[in-house]
Design a protein around this ligand. Structure first.
Ligand code: F6R
Length: 606
């Protein structure tokens, strides 16, 4: 959510800031901007919309410079517009900001009284004027310390100063910020993706720290201004994967990649020769863990919900699940024998990070299931379980959801065996089934044409419902979320058995409803619930799996059958048609599939 890049160099920086912003565009694409110093003076170019537009405008204005900051915005305060785009500048400084300044109204009043004029509706503009005000009576470093003390909320900042060609400032509280080390040049970036094309040596600011970045030197300070030493990390060489190959959309590519990402993930955790699961560096005795709390947001939360079913089914663990933005403000009774598992694709989601931080502060055992292993969440947790699915570019999470479920399933199976809840034979049978998942997922992808035809009805409907029981309930939630965020169709995921307690009132003639009814112990009950919605006029798309005793379900509008597989693994297969349904519905409406309106890939504000 919003992306920052800053470069100080002996060479021209504008072009490189723009190409780094393109790599950060997954974080925000409402508007973009850049400010550089030209002959010591601040020059800005900003625009509403994408970095491509910014690039054209920069060309028109011929913006140059050896020091500069750039930003892609995801609007919080003030609508997306050129005036609200960052950087925000006074006559002395220019600022880019990720996060939210919670006391901006009070600070604005103070600054208005001092005679400062505001151009934008953003919270960020107060920072530019506040720095300007404090600079009148203080040297630069003291100014930064004083300004940071005045700000409430979360922020990552990049600041350049009129007449100061030799430095820029970075600061962080809550929102992540990295610095990169180059040859006679240095960088600021909201994450490692911003910097990877320029350097593989980076350091992350810790909460409350700020830094002064010069061409040949970077100094780090704590909140009080005392110097701190930073570890320099080597980034992995994986370049950001901006190549769509033969695909038009990242989302489509990422859905189709799932069989191979399933394989890569299984290869990392499953020893096929000895038929066992290896989780290296597991730091605790299994007997010391009696319960698990799974925490995430959005799609990651749905993977937590499924894991609850697996863990309750196969282990003796007491399992709870919570949405990170709720967990972080609840009066949680922390338990020493509980393992707190946070799940996040980006590893930067502000609420999930805060939930993890709360667990750490209470000295709990923590585990992070992440995709980005260099992320803030991965750096904090005691145990990191990567999902190994490669970079996910499409804003709507697809292959990462499969990866999150997979790692949680693997963890659950391993605990189940270690707790002696299943025999060695059962354990090895589960592993054997798992090894067939990639091929079965590949076959599920072939159901494409049918889903393409069906999607037209969903795309053009006023509202839809997704129903399921047991493992299929979280998948119903996920299917509904995908349709909402991509096709902008109102969609509700519901436990099929709950319909009669209220939502049945929503069903009207012709309303498309997805019913997930795998041939498991819930099948008959779900089919009865399905008949209840059909009786009230719903047009049902039934998603089930192949079975010996083929029952043609009466009165269904359309039916999709995934392959037969162990019941516990069916959620993986059920997910794929729902991802495709959302994809084709968005395609039908001509929407921006990889960058849906109002959303961002990395949600770094709460
Ligand atoms: C939906 C989606 C979001 C994310 C959520 C958490 O398709 O992508 O709901 O799942 O914002 O993001 P991470 O997993 O990065 O913490």
């Amino acid at each position: 959510m919003c992306g920052i890049v800053g470069i100080i160099s002996s060479k021209e920086v504008t072009g490189r800031i723009v190409s780094s912003l393109k790599k950060l565009e997954y974080r925000g694409y409402d508007s973009a901007g850049i400010a550089t110093l030209v002959d010591g003076n601040i020059n800005e170019v900003k625009c509403e919309g994408r970095v491509d537009t910014l690039e054209k405008d920069i060309g028109k204005f011929n913006l140059t410079g050896n020091i500069g900051i750039g930003h892609v915005r995801w609007a919080t305060h003030g609508k997306p517009s050129k005036i609200n785009a960052h950087p925000h500048s006074s006559d002395q400084v220019s600022v880019v900001h990720n996060g939210i300044i919670e006391n901006s109204t009070i600070l604005k009043k103070f600054l208005l009284k001092k005679g400062y004029l505001f151009k934008s509706q953003t919270d960020t503009e107060v920072i530019a004027h506040l720095v300007t005000e404090y600079l009148k009576a203080n040297p630069l470093k003291d100014t930064i310390i004083k300004v940071l003390k005045k700000l409430n909320g979360s922020f990552a900042l990049g600041i350049i100063f009129k007449g100061q060609n030799n430095l820029m400032v970075g600061a962080r509280r809550g929102s992540p910020l990295a610095v990169g080390y180059g040859l006679s040049e240095n960088y600021l970036g909201s994450d490692s993706y911003a910097l990877k094309s320029m350097t593989n040596k980076i350091s992350y600011l810790d909460d409350g720290e700020f830094c002064i970045v010069k061409q040949d030197e970077i100094e780090f300070f704590d909140t009080h201004g005392s110097k701190v030493n930073k570890k320099v990390m080597n980034l992995s060489k994986n370049e950001i994967n901006n190549d769509k190959g033969d695909y038009k959309y990242f989302m489509e590519k990422e859905i189709d990649e799932q069989p191979s990402t399933i394989k890569s993930c299984i290869n990392e955790y499953v020893d096929k020769y000895n038929n066992q699961i290896n989780i290296y560096n597991f730091p605790w005795k299994i007997s010391s863990i009696k319960s698990v709390m799974l925490i995430g947001c959005g799609t990651a939360f749905h993977s937590c919900l499924i894991a609850k079913y697996w863990m309750e089914q196969n282990t003796t663990l007491d399992v709870s699940v919570d949405i990170a933005s709720e967990f972080r403000y609840r009066k949680v009774r922390f338990k020493k024998n509980c393992l707190y598992i946070v799940v996040s694709q980006s590893g930067e989601t502000a609420d999930t990070y805060a939930a993890l931080d709360l667990c750490k502060k209470n000295k709990m055992k923590t585990c992070a299931v992440v995709n980005v292993v260099e992320s803030s969440i991965a750096r904090e947790a005691d145990l990191v379980l990567p999902i190994y699915c490669g970079q996910e570019v499409g804003v709507a999470s697809t292959k990462a959801f499969i990866g999150q479920m997979l790692v949680l399933y693997i963890l659950s199976t391993k605990i189940s065996f270690d707790q002696k809840c299943i025999t060695k034979r059962e354990y090895q049978a589960k592993i054997k089934n798992l090894l067939t998942l990639s091929n079965t997922a590949q076959k599920t992808l072939k159901l494409d044409q049918k889903i393409f035809n069906i999607s037209k009805v969903f795309a053009n409907s006023k509202g839809t419902m997704f129903l399921g029981r047991g493992y299929s309930f979280p998948i119903a939630l996920e299917g509904a979320l995908k349709l909402k965020e991509l096709a902008y169709v109102h969609a509700e995921g519901y436990p099929a058995g709950e319909m009669k307690h209220g939502p049945l009132a929503l069903i009207e003639e012709g309303m498309p409803v997805v019913v997930l009814a795998p041939r498991d112990e819930h099948y008959k009950k779900t089919i009865s619930n399905m008949q209840e919605v059909i009786a009230r006029g719903a047009k049902v798309l039934l998603i089930t799996n192949k079975n010996k005793d083929e029952v043609i379900s009466e009165n269904v509008w359309e039916e999709i059958k995934v392959d037969k597989l162990d019941n516990e693994l069916i959620p993986f297969l059920m997910t794929i048609p729902l991802q495709k349904l959302a994809f084709y519905s968005a395609l039908e409406k001509g929407y921006d599939i990889d960058k849906p309106r109002n959303l961002a890939k990395s949600v770094t504000v709460e």
